[in-house]
Design a protein around this ligand. Structure first.
Ligand SMILES: [Cu+2]
Length: 634
């Protein structure tokens, strides 16, 4: 964390008229800024966001330390501002919290217009209310292996918003994303959190979760970082860096429009209109290849290159709001911690470290998704996993340790790679040049961190995997299958993308998109897709039958990825679900099949609070178009 005055560049500080306090009611500032969102910094330097320690924030009139965040829109861009001492700041803060402490974040929705919610006492704010759901007419088709699939078009303009503390392990009532701000009288909600004592020390993410509008809002820049500090930091704050990856907004010319050929291919591959002749029986844990009925080459036109060339390149990204590559100077001799956070709504990045000659330098990963790889929240840097590259899905975080000798540099690089056969093509470029500078500080003791070993019981993740292997009869297995379609046009020129995540363990499954139903006055859906018993452990097979890359995230809890970096099991809350493998069909040049990939995770429901929450793909375009389900722990 960094003192505020040292980290906000003067060029982007815009101090509005200080609010006037009167009977504890803050009067709205009288002037406005040209844009509520800070511009992309082109200085070539990595800037650091303001660090706010929640326990130092002013208390609201209910006695809880409070941060007031307001959500704004400027064209395609979205951003958070925050209020402090009557002043509006145009940066998204890094929020520091400590286990066992209570804090409040008030979210004010200034997207459609300035709301009143900034300027009243917390006790005067009515509670958050259920988010309205806008559904189109439902049609039925035959989908994966001839099971029923429902088409339920869902459109929402990005005007409603809410707050999700991604990675938060407290009760459902404190992180209820079924609620939102727009339908409340002051377009604002106060979220009050009591951070569990068991919340791991590490790096987390906050962002809006309005179903149907998440991709626009998060991709447009509406997200930030929250950090759970250990009881005693293992590093000086100057050696602790957040590197927040987000799209360069407004979108640059490197974003090519989706190619018509790609649409034709998608339609050919997934048009789910073939007749329902009774579903195919199969082993849900060993699913068959999915054959495309319609040709991928026809009439002399090839809709399928068979290569990993994507249909368009992904958007250039920024680091902490600075154009890339950006320079970060660090103290030579001191161990540095890089907290790398993907704020990309849809893109999955493969990142690596390089030396000046371009050679791969092993990354020492001490944290995945907020959780120390060694499982020790008191000493979160105590263990590391060494790996040459890491696939960073949206909303995921890893932290690295590194040392840079004086006068040398290490380069954080995003690699060219395949985001699935249909997904965006990821370009290769440098993100951050990390220079070692001598004499900035007295060299400190190098942080002691030990490499992980394959011992089966070194970490909580290893112990859970060993337990599951030793007691297979106690572990409930579940298959979650990812499918996607383009349905027939509703009107001329219109295509309806639809994405599904379905519990296919039950042989009579029906593919349907996210579909919450509420009882009158209720604040949680009453129709969970998955019900689990508190106290159990489950193993989920994440099965990707599509040629697109997906990811897996669940709220309120982390889980164990069995085969993580360098083969180690790790705890995290978002993982990559690699695309299915494209295979030819013998005797047919025009048809292909997709061999599903299987990613295995262990979910330990023994310490998860009872409640109703969500699991979904964190490619937000996919989530917005249905790839999300409701789980109830009871
Ligand atoms: Cu997805």
């Amino acid at each position: 964390m960094f003192p505020l005055q040292n980290v906000i560049p003067a060029s982007v500080i815009v101090v509005l008229l200080a609010g006037v306090f009167s009977n504890n009611v803050i009067v709205a500032p009288a002037t406005s800024h040209a844009s509520p969102c800070a511009p992309i910094d082109s200085s070539g330097t990595v800037l650091h966001a303001p660090a706010l320690e929640m326990w130092r924030m002013p208390k609201n009139d209910l006695g809880v330390n409070e941060l007031i965040l307001s959500a704004h829109r400027d064209g395609k861009r979205f951003c958070y501002n925050y209020q402090s001492g009557g002043v509006t700041h145009h940066q998204t803060p890094d929020i520091h919290v400590r286990p066992g402490e209570a804090f409040a974040i008030r979210l004010v929705n200034d997207i459609p217009s300035q709301a009143k919610g900034e300027y009243v006492n917390a006790s005067s704010l009515p509670a958050c209310m259920p988010m309205p759901v806008h559904e189109g007419p439902v049609k039925h088709y035959a989908g994966y292996l001839n099971h029923i699939v429902t088409e339920r078009p869902f459109e929402m303009k990005p005007v409603d918003t809410n707050l999700h503390l991604h990675g938060y392990e407290g009760p459902e009532s404190e992180d209820n994303v079924f609620l939102s701000t727009l339908s409340t009288p002051m377009h604002a909600c106060e979220y009050v959190y009591n951070l569990p004592l068991t919340q791991p020390s590490g790096t987390y993410f906050y962002h809006p979760h309005p179903h149907g509008a998440s991709a626009d809002e998060v991709g447009g820049g509406l997200s930030g970082v929250w950090i759970v500090d250990p009881p005693k930091s293992q590093l000086p704050t100057d050696d602790d860096h957040v590197l927040f990856l987000s799209y360069a907004i407004p979108f640059k010319a490197d974003e090519k429009p989706l190619h018509a050929k790609a649409l034709a291919l998608g339609a050919a591959a997934y048009n789910a209109t073939h007749g329902a002749g009774g579903h195919v029986a199969y082993d849900p844990f060993d699913p068959p290849d999915w054959t495309f009925d319609l040709p991928v080459r026809a009439n002399g036109v090839s809709y399928w290159s068979g290569r990993c060339d994507g249909t368009r390149t992904d958007v250039r990204i920024t680091v902490n709001g600075s154009a890339t590559p950006a320079r970060l100077e660090v103290s030579a001799g001191n161990t540095q911690l890089l907290r790398i956070v993907s704020g990309l709504g849809d893109g999955s990045k493969q990142i690596s470290l390089r030396d000046e000659a371009g050679r791969i330098v092993p990354m020492r990963i001490v944290e995945t998704g907020g959780i120390p790889v060694g499982g020790d929240s008191t000493h979160p840097l105590a263990r590391y996993i060494s790996t040459s590259a890491y696939e960073l899905p949206p909303a995921s975080r890893i932290s690295l340790l590194l040392n840079v000798p004086a006068g040398q540099e290490l380069i954080l690089h995003t690699d060219k790679h395949c985001e699935g056969y249909e997904g965006a093509r990821q370009l290769s470029y440098d993100l951050v040049h990390i220079y070692g500078v001598a004499g900035r500080q007295e060299p400190k003791e190098i942080v002691r961190s030990l490499a992980m070993t394959p011992a089966p019981d070194q970490t909580p993740a290893q112990r859970l995997l060993a337990y599951a292997r030793a007691h297979p009869s106690l572990i409930h297995r579940r298959a979650l299958t990812y499918t996607q379609y383009i349905f027939s046009a509703h009107k001329r020129g219109d295509v309806n993308f639809a994405f599904f995540i379905t519990d296919t363990t039950n042989a009579n499954f029906i593919e349907h998109s996210y579909d919450p139903h509420y009882a009158a006055g209720g604040t949680y859906p009453t129709n969970p897709d998955i019900v689990v018993k508190q106290g159990t452990v489950e193993e989920w097979y994440l099965i990707n039958t599509t040629p697109d890359r997906h990811s897996f995230h669940i709220h309120q809890m982390s889980y164990v990825l069995e085969h993580g970096p360098a083969g180690f099991p790790v705890s995290l809350d978002v993982t990559d679900v690699p695309s299915g493998t494209i295979l030819p069909i013998r005797g047919s040049a025009d048809h292909i099949r997709v061999h599903p990939t299987i990613t295995k995770v262990l979910l330990d429901f023994r310490n998860v609070p009872k409640g109703t929450f969500l699991y979904h793909c964190h490619m937000l375009f996919h989530e917005d178009h249905g790839m999300m389900g409701i789980i109830r722990v009871e």
